[in-house]
Design a protein around this ligand. Structure first.
Ligand code: SF4
Length: 446
């Protein structure tokens, strides 16, 4: 039974340390009671508290981990319908399907595509997260051969074993039981056998039924069989059905705390037409799918999908930030230019990119302004002459160069006089207003 905020508060550490992002333990308890936070956010919660709070502290959508080690991915754990209400926590997983019939060269190409899928975007590493080995015709030996090829070819990647035949799943999971795979799927016909395998192998289990009523009944049945980590598939494949089903499932879990539908959603966006596949996967990303299976993971498609996912799963209340530091761009020496900007990720990556384009090795001092852009930080009093001067001396930026010249963004040209007062002996040069003018500016000085 759900506990009130005050009842939850009694079990929290009551130190008001703010590590959970809330000003007090009571504020955090209220958020927990409203299902707008997860107890995981309090690093000091005792084991007793975790046990007692149990369901009250659990997110309305159970979180499930696929895989082990540094490539493991967590899905579910969501607490709101719309990201502006709080944020979405665990990005959906993109998995490429490899059919049993694709063993050999085709599988090798897909494995290579997964291995080389990582991109670095705004400071985050994004990649294809998992591989789904899919059964065709119930040939357990062929299925197992592909599982082995994947396990050998890309060790550590989370696996989804797709077959409705328990014997085929047994053959595949024997090769990867220690990797915490997801079994897909328990159906009305095989639920007991699949639940038995999932329990024995400590794997999570997808539940498939055609339609929400049948899915609700089967989800309850499989849970009663003793499997806790479930993933749901309502059979929706058309865009309209996906949006309708997934929204109902999410709403039931979040708004009504309806447990049978309180699990991550898996969907097959697989299409023969790659553009159609990308569009379907984008719909799943935007509307609540936690695991999305694709036929192919071409670079163009993944760049679009991973960028979309990154935007949706970014906390809308916290600007994206990079760490305060003095970054070396290219083979910067002590006579290289020293520029400064704020730690808003977009500012940093755009400025850095243009400095790289200039081919003029430089030092880029990035000052912590709580992730605000240059003009916003200046307007908020976080990018002032005093603070910049303090940062330049305390960060050691002045030790990297033998000269005393600091290039400031053109948008804060107004600071140049005050900065020269705060940094005696320094020459303050006003750089361009727009980052794309940096290459011309830097090259002209070189
Ligand atoms: S992290 Fe835990 S102890 Fe600290 S304020 Fe939040 S709830 Fe209280």
């Amino acid at each position: 039974m759900a506990l009130s905020g005050v009842e939850i508060f009694k079990h929290l550490p009551k130190t008001n340390c703010k590590k959970c992002g809330h000003p007090t333990c009571l504020a955090f308890a209220m958020k927990l009671a409203a299902k707008q936070a997860s107890l995981d956010a309090c690093p000091d919660a005792s084991d007793d508290a975790k046990k007692i709070l149990g369901e009250s502290a659990a997110p309305p959508i159970r979180d499930i981990t696929l895989g082990v080690g540094d490539k493991a991915v967590k899905v579910g754990g969501e607490i709101c319908m719309f990201r502006h209400e709080k944020k979405f926590f665990n990005p959906n997983v993109f998995a490429v399907a490899i059919k049993a019939s694709e063993a050999g060269d085709v599988a090798a190409k897909k494995i290579e595509a997964v291995k080389t899928s990582e991109i670095d975007r705004v400071g985050q590493k994004l990649r294809v997260d998992a591989i789904a080995v899919t059964d065709e015709g119930g040939d357990a030996a062929k299925f197992a051969a592909v599982v082995k090829q994947v396990v050998d070819g890309v060790p550590g990647v989370p696996l989804i074993l797709v077959s409705k035949n328990p014997a085929t799943i047994e053959a595949g999971i024997a090769l990867c039981a220690d990797k915490r795979p997801l079994i897909y799927a328990a159906t009305a016909e095989n639920a007991e056998a699949m639940a038995k395998i999932a329990k024995e192998k400590k794997a999570s289990l997808a539940v498939f039924a055609d339609g929400l009523d049948a899915l609700t009944a089967l989800s309850e049945k499989v849970k009663a069989l003793g499997v806790e980590d479930l993933v749901l598939d309502s059979g929706a494949r058309k865009a309209k059905d996906m949006i309708e089903h997934f929204t109902i499932m999410r709403r039931a879990a979040i708004k009504k705390n309806f447990k049978p539908l309180g699990y991550p959603i898996i969907t097959f966006a697989t299409r023969d037409n790659s553009v159609s596949e990308a569009v379907t996967a984008a719909i799943g990303t935007m509307k609540y799918a936690s695991i999305i299976i694709l036929n192919n993971v071409e670079k163009w498609k993944m760049l679009a999908l991973l960028s979309l996912r990154q935007n949706i799963y970014t906390d809308p209340q916290v600007p994206m930030q990079v760490a305060q530091n003095v970054y070396k761009v290219g083979d910067a020496k002590d006579n290289s230019p020293l520029l400064i900007t704020t730690n808003f990720s977009l500012s940093y990556f755009i400025v850095r990119g243009e400095v790289e384009n200039s081919k003029v090795p430089s030092w880029l001092a990035v000052m912590d302004n709580e992730g605000l852009s240059v003009l916003t930080a200046w307007a908020a009093g976080k990018f002032t002459a005093s603070k910049i001067a303090q940062f330049i001396t305390e960060s050691g930026a002045d030790k990297n160069v033998s000269h005393k010249e600091l290039i400031i963004p053109g948008y804060v040209a107004v600071l140049s006089g005050a900065l020269e007062e705060k940094l005696p002996g320094w020459k303050i040069t006003v750089g361009p207003r727009e980052a794309n003018q940096l290459p011309t500016f830097l090259k002209a000085r070189a």
